[in-house]
Design a protein around this ligand. Structure first.
Ligand code: UD1
Length: 420
């Protein structure tokens, strides 16, 4: 297991290019299971999670080559309907092969992903949506066993206790594209990655309307064909790098960024005192005067993303004043609080809230990454801290950030990797 070592205190300056979106490439690779034709996916980020999804679709009968951001997917002719525990348990997004498998083959056996460090993460909405499409589901030895004589379009309300679900919307939409008749998914997730998946499905011949709104309409078709698609830029990587600029008092231009996908974050950072200049596909971020304390509540898109909560907390930990972070998607997603406090932050967790009293500075320390976004939070804290920060278990970071060290080094950070 590798460690990251960061010497903090350098202002980050310059330009960097954002990679393709992790949360778009994963369901889009799963969607290639909906056709036997070849598909080409461009702009795919080289991530641990991308490799996991490639392994899964290969195990399900695809051949998939990945080189320089381009994935060429074709069918080997071998059919398998079982997504194994070993692969699904390492990455929750693997569960989104269920929709395509049931849509294409009318049967599937997919391991339940289980909980994870950020919370319970149930799949009841996925199963509710599929059952509405006439799919029978049972749980057997930790697997969802699904079968259907034929998939029948239906009206599905897909909202849960915490609002819409991204991957449940993906799964149900992917099953509905090959169902008979019309489906309406109400309380659908509106995230840009769901829209990107819908755009890919449309290129494959699916009939989908309303994606990007809470009501998605799908008119089932008999078959889908191959397609070529370029993945949208990663809005969470973009946001993380925006905070890297602010937390180091730097000035960064992010290329291949979509400001229109970052409305809530941009609004909050401007309120905090960031100077943000937007163009169609780039964002410049620097500190206007000084950063001020802000309160943040995470919500489904277009609200403030839970995937940016840990990073904004790192920024608030060295911002004078009191900030409150309310986590409304994953009430237990606060593993980074203890590690930030080890670096000298003053953060108190109260149920789904964190109260942050900004300190003058953080001091570098050995810390441990617990999950993907918590790792990004610790990298940001390390960039701002006085002295050396050693982050262990950085495989979490590699799940979702492409070439982190190279990108940050290019911007002037002192960061290196060490084998543990
Ligand atoms: C996706 C993202 C993840 C992000 C999350 C919330 C991918 C690959 N991952 O995860 O990065 O943090 O959205 O924006 O796109 N829920 C239920 N029942 C279900 C499904 C979900 O109650 O059947 C709950 C969850 O526990 C959570 C909320 O709904 O409280 C939202 O989760 P969801 O949108 O499903 O997250 P994912 O799609 O797994």
């Amino acid at each position: 297991m590798d460690k990251l070592i960061i010497e903090g205190g350098k202002r980050l300056l310059g330009e960097v290019t954002v990679s393709g979106a992790k949360n778009a490439v994963l369901p889009i690779l799963a969607a290639t299971l909906l056709t036997d034709d070849a598909c080409i996916i461009k702009g795919a980020p080289a991530l641990r999670d991308t490799n996991t999804m490639l392994k899964i679709i290969r195990s399900l009968g695809k051949s998939a080559d990945f080189d320089k951001g381009v994935v060429n997917v074709s069918s080997t002719g071998k059919k398998n309907f079982v997504a194994d525990y070993k692969l699904v348990s390492t990455m929750r997004a693997s569960f989104c092969v269920l929709g395509p498998l049931i849509g294409m083959h009318k049967k599937a056996k997919v391991s339940l992903p289980g909980g994870c460090i950020i919370g319970a993460r149930p799949v009841d909405l996925h199963l509710k949506g599929l059952r509405a499409l006439n799919v029978q589901t049972t749980i057997d030895s930790g697997y969802v066993v699904a079968k259907a004589d034929k998939l029948q379009g239906s009206h599905i309300y897909l909202g849960g206790v915490y609002g819409s679900s991204v991957l449940a919307t993906d799964n149900v939409m992917m099953a509905a594209v090959l169902a008979q008749g019309k489906s309406v998914i109400e309380c659908a997730a509106c995230e840009p990655e769901v829209v990107d998946l819908a755009e890919f499905l449309i290129k494959m011949g699916a009939k989908i309307k309303g994606h990007g709104t809470p009501i998605i309409e799908v008119e089932g078709v008999r078959r889908l064909h191959g397609a070529t698609h370029t993945i949208i830029p990663d809005r969470i990587e973009t946001g993380t790098l925006m905070i890297a600029a602010l937390i180091t008092g730097g000035d960064i231009i992010l290329k291949n960024a979509r400001p229109q996908h970052l409305g809530a974050l941009i609004d909050k950072l401007q309120e905090a005192g960031a100077n943000i200049t937007k163009s169609d596909n780039s964002i410049r971020v620097r500190v206007k005067d000084r950063i001020k304390a802000i309160n943040v509540t995470t919500l489904p898109y277009p609200g403030f993303p839970t995937d940016m909560q840990a990073q904004v907390m790192a920024l608030m930990s060295i911002t004078p004043g009191i900030s409150v972070v309310a986590e409304k998607i994953y009430p237990d997603r606060f593993m980074h609080v203890g590690e930030l406090n080890r670096m000298g932050a003053h953060i108190q967790k109260e149920g789904p809230y964190a109260i942050i009293e900004g300190v003058e500075s953080l001091s570098g320390a050995p810390v441990m990454a617990s999950d993907l976004r918590a790792s990004a939070c610790l990298v940001l804290a390390g960039l701002a801290a006085k002295g050396k920060t050693l982050i262990s278990r950085i495989y979490h970071l590699e799940r979702g950030y492409e070439n982190t060290e190279e990108k940050l080094e290019k911007l002037g950070a002192t960061i290196r990797r060490e084998k543990e």
